[in-house]
Design a protein around this ligand. Structure first.
Ligand SMILES: [Cu+2]
Length: 203
């Protein structure tokens, strides 16, 4: 990336003397804002899996807990289930959200969990269903994506396309140098809660 030459912004301050200070201040702010947008390298992207599972109701009657109580989530299982036909509960999401995020080739992608449940962050060719059929109702009963099917085959495991994001966890990847985060614009979804989607661009 070629960086523009930085120097004092050329600002012409016009207007009556009384208003001049205000006009100049606004012009400088605008000039600095546009410069900053041009020269900023982005070498780090923080991706988080989030939910608000309520441990008491999510774990009731289960030998293996679904929800990490330490997270202190407050959405009950009944509330979660009621939201599935309406596109899924909004607290189950990635940050960045559906509009996505970007970083430069060679930068660091950090994937952490702010969630109580286990999620996956799976690069898919096209958004679709996950491997838990009742939850695919949230995405119009879309068929399980091949990438999610691969993660579930023989028991949940990480693949070249997908990672498992447990609670708590932190994983780092080199943008453009890992199969999970190759160069370009790529779609990611959770294979358990398929309405959790984001788009990551490695420039
Ligand atoms: Cu999930």
């Amino acid at each position: 990336m070629s960086l523009p030459k930085l120097g004092a912004p050329r600002i012409v301050c016009n207007g009556p003397a009384k208003r001049r200070g205000v006009i100049c201040a606004l012009s400088v702010a605008a000039a600095l804002g546009s410069s900053a947008g041009t020269v900023t390298a982005k070498d780090f992207l923080d991706i988080r899996a989030r939910d608000q599972c309520d441990a008491a109701t999510f774990n009731a009657g289960r030998a293996t807990p679904l929800c990490n109580a330490a997270r202190g989530g407050s959405v009950t299982l009944a509330e979660f289930q009621a939201a599935v036909p309406n596109g899924g509960h909004g607290a189950w999401k990635f940050n960045p959200g559906p509009s996505g995020g970007h970083l430069d080739f060679g930068g660091v992608v950090q994937v952490t969990s702010d969630a109580g449940e286990t999620h996956t962050l799976t690069r898919v060719n096209a958004f679709g269903g996950g491997f838990v059929p009742p939850l695919n109702v949230a995405v119009g009963n879309a068929p399980t994506t091949p990438e999610c099917a691969e993660m579930a085959a023989g028991g949940l495991h990480a693949t070249a396309n997908g990672i498992i994001v447990t609670s708590p966890s932190a994983q780092v990847f080199s943008a453009g140098n890992s199969t999970q985060f190759p160069r370009g614009i790529h779609l990611y979804q959770c294979c358990i809660h398929p309405w959790m989607r984001t788009i990551i661009t490695v420039r």
